[in-house]
Design a binder for this molecule. Structure first.
Ligand code: UD1
Length: 444
């Protein structure tokens, strides 16, 4: 059964936030989760947030009406819609189909108020410089788990000939004419790869990008650009060669499934000893997460377009180290830690991508987990069971980890500030409820 059957309609007529929605966001909903229920059933995976955001920004590259399908309904896709509207685009979202008309883009500014709520707004920098030769994009600032710089984006654009200045917190480029260049990234960056790829698509001459990110979201972006007329070689390898073209045609693309949402549901099956089939997902995009879950005792059956997972009676301890794709994703680190907190034995989770990404640790400890931080590693001594407590969400994946822990904890957990969860998961509470979880959304 499609988990959405019987649920309120998922479509929204527009990306614009109504006063009622704004009021809703301010009330900061909480989730009440009564733990101890095995999850069973089938769940449809939504489109990938991290693929939708750069593709939405890419619509700026070509004037015209673009159609994006399977767009997840999330606070973050809504924010990107607002950034595009701010620039003069017309954005509509109906039944997960997003149409974006970029024929009359009149502005080049992405304001601080939007960028501070979602760092991925910086994805408009490359397209604006490439098509309009000008941009004024707020610097995103830090985030809950560290500084998260954008130096690679700036250095890359400068290498393509953009004379960028920092002016009162904004990245400003004027009279820019991008020209091809050789760029080698010292650190693998998803965002910088995507931004430079979009900029190079319309730059004059040939650009080579070395040590690029291989995340499926970036490969999907490259494929979308090619479908619009971009000339890109090496897709799926660490070196992309882009021969700039004079113009691109509007996009008609389907957003790939969200591998992080899917892996989060796999972890939910694992932590509750449940049995789930994830529909509309791509096993090859989550091989590292699948292998790690198998190490904990899960049995996983990937099939074309779906993955079935059965959780163990009690998970086994295992060590996890995050790395850029195809390594274990940092975006699954918190959720895996929640699972390992009830494993038999001691596990170590090391994050090499974001060294400080551990805001979920004190909250998991409030639920009874035994976790000690040592630099960028967490040592987790598995406990027999977690206990409900009031906890607070601090970012998207930390929130998901708390939801997972609450599903396994004894008693009723209250998770506040779940607007973080709504940034990255489409109706997670509803999907979980339809798989048998006792979960309720309340006003905090
Ligand atoms: C993207 C994802 C995010 C995920 C992250 C890592 C989106 C919208 N977000 O974020 O969910 O957690 O990839 O997989 O796709 N870095 C620099 N300078 C830069 C840019 C990055 O030093 O200019 C560093 C970062 O601090 C980090 C590493 O590079 O240590 C990887 O970051 P990056 O891949 O750029 O992350 P995002 O694209 O921001």
């Amino acid at each position: 059964m499609d988990v959405r059957a019987g649920a309120p309609p998922l479509s929204s007529s527009d990306f614009a936030v109504t006063p009622a929605e704004a009021a809703d966001a301010r009330t900061m909903d909480a989730l009440l989760i009564e733990g101890g229920r095995k999850l069973e059933g089938r769940v449809a995976i939504s489109g990938a947030k991290n693929a939708a955001l750069p593709v939405m920004a890419a619509t700026l590259l070509a004037p015209g009406v673009h159609t994006l399908r399977n767009v997840p309904l999330l606070a973050d896709t809504r924010t990107m819609g607002k950034v595009l509207e701010q620039l003069g685009a017309k954005v509509e979202l109906q039944d997960h189909v997003c149409t974006i008309d970029t024929s009359r883009v009149t502005a080049v500014e992405a304001p601080y108020d939007l960028v501070k709520t979602m760092r991925a707004s910086i994805y408009v920098l490359g397209p604006l410089l490439a098509r309009f030769g000008a941009a004024r994009v707020s610097l995103p600032g830090g985030c809950a788990w560290g500084p998260r710089p954008v130096n690679l984006h700036l250095e890359g654009m400068r290498a393509l000939g953009a004379d960028l200045q920092i002016d009162h917190g904004y990245i400003v480029g004027k009279d820019v004419r991008l020209r091809g260049a050789e760029i080698r990234f010292g650190t693998v960056s998803v965002g910088a790869t995507g931004n430079l790829l979009m900029a190079a698509a319309l730059a004059q001459g040939t650009t080579a990008l070395d040590q690029v990110a291989l995340e499926p979201d970036i490969t999907a972006l490259a494929e979308v650009l090619v479908a619009c007329g971009a000339r890109i070689e090496g897709i799926g390898t660490r070196r992309l060669v882009i021969h700039g073209v004079a113009s691109l045609t509007p996009i008609d693309a389907t957003i790939i499934p969200d591998r992080i949402e899917a892996a989060t549901f796999m972890a939910a099956a694992a932590i509750t000893g449940g049995h789930l089939t994830l529909e509309r997902c791509e096993g090859a995009h989550m091989a590292a997460a699948i292998h790690t879950l198998e190490d904990t005792g899960c049995s996983v059956l990937p099939e074309p377009g779906e993955v079935t997972i059965t959780g163990p009676r009690r998970p086994r301890a295992t060590d996890v180290t995050t790395a850029p794709f195809p390594g274990f994703p940092t975006d699954m680190q918190a959720q895996m830690m929640a699972l390992l907190s009830i494993a038999a034995g001691t596990s170590q989770v090391t994050d090499t991508v974001y060294l400080d990404r551990f805001t979920h640790v004190p909250e998991l400890v409030r639920l009874g987990a035994d976790i000690r931080l040592e630099g960028n590693a967490a040592v987790i001594r598995g406990v027999e069971r977690l206990q409900a407590a009031p906890v607070m969400a601090t970012d998207i994946r930390a929130s998901a980890a708390l939801v997972l822990a609450a599903l396994a904890a004894e008693g009723e957990t209250r998770i506040s500030r779940i607007y973080h969860l709504d940034r990255g998961y489409e109706r997670l509470d509803l999907k979980l409820a339809q798989l048998g979880a006792r979960v309720q959304r309340v006003r905090d």
